[in-house]
Design a binder for this molecule. Sequence first.
Ligand code: FCB
Length: 443
Amino acid sequence: MKHVRSDFPKGFQFGVATSSYQIEGHAFGGAGRTHWDDFAATPGNVVRAENGDRACDHYHRYAEDLDLIAAAGFDCYRFSTSWARVMPDGVTVNPDGLDFYDRLTDAMLERGLKPCATLYHWEMPSALADKGGWRNRDVAEWFADFTTTIMGRIGDRMHSVAPINEPWCVAFLSHFMGHHAPGLRDVRATARAMHHVLLAHGRAIQAMRALGMDNLGGVFNMEWASPSDDSDAARAAAARYDGLYNHWYMSGVFKKSYPQIVLDGIEAHLPDRWDEDFDVIGSPVDWCGINYYTRKVIAPVPGPWPGLEEVEGPLPKTFMDWEIFPQGLYNFLTRTAKEYTGSLPLFITENGMAAPDPLQDGAVPDADRIAYIEAHMDMVLRAIAEGVPVKGYFLWSLLDNYEWALGYEKRFGLVHVDFDTLERTPKASYHALKDALTSGSET
Ligand code: FCB
């Protein structure tokens, strides 16, 4: 690895990220049905109709997995708590679910890992989806109840917490594009989800403050939008994409307003009195997380809002068909600090790439992933050198896992998982990071 720990400022945190449904094995421990189970059971939504029933069986193998994180020298583990494991019908508490996260938390602390929780990484209990899920304003109160329940149990030991992973995915990808659960394609449902996901974020922050917790943040995914050509129309389409993807959610949380370029398209579909909710949405947070993978090349198309499409770009691509564009991470770190967060600590809460990663004689020589990580670390260091307060970098992901609608084929792990035997094999990238983190002046 080109960089070592001592290239970063003292106290800079390195971590790995995962999420509950993608690794735990949702069939275990009394977890309730989720809208992802329903989505995956609907033909055509998920490759081979795969679901998270067994996943990586982390529910039973978490000790081995945490050993891997600690052995590589990571400081933090960003994990998520499944709403449907803790409250299978969205109301009743499953004691086994709370016990699991309690055990997991203590197991992190025993290994010297800082627990960094995300409350919601996409497994809405089906019973709440039946009531309209993210379309129903009550979701903010349901989510606040879940927050109080799970954090009432483990909140005393959390290093940091963010309520919701990637609000764009929760709202737009899932209600407008239909690519994730609940698989809707409806502009009105989308507008409501875009607002309610932020209201739920704010209520969860309030609920955790009421428990006396601190070091609370938000995790936003960002994709740089490049116009497909030099025309005004292409530039305007890219600006609309940038608005609905990158600006809407941060603007709500950090500016207590929504960007006009997005309101122009969806204001008519927002719930009544949406503009009275910003004191909740903008409840103060202590840090801001950015998940960054790629950029999109955007072209204008005729037709209704947002009047754009993604077109193929010229850059080398990962196994997800995502262009590799490290510059975008630098752009977002500098822009976020300048426009939204000022001196608030920034974290890269996800970054990484998928590859086919076959096992070769018991090893995975994933040189392309090492190069991807190095190129993105370059950008982190560049932003830091310019004074941007970046305080940590988390890799997606510890393990190969359930990559949502793309099933088990897209491998993002630093550790290879054989989905028949569930055997874990650290890849070359894991070993390279281990060397980088455990060598140098700070170790
Ligand atoms: C992010 C998600 C994560 C994973 C990666 C590849 O959008 O947070 O669960 O799917 O992409």
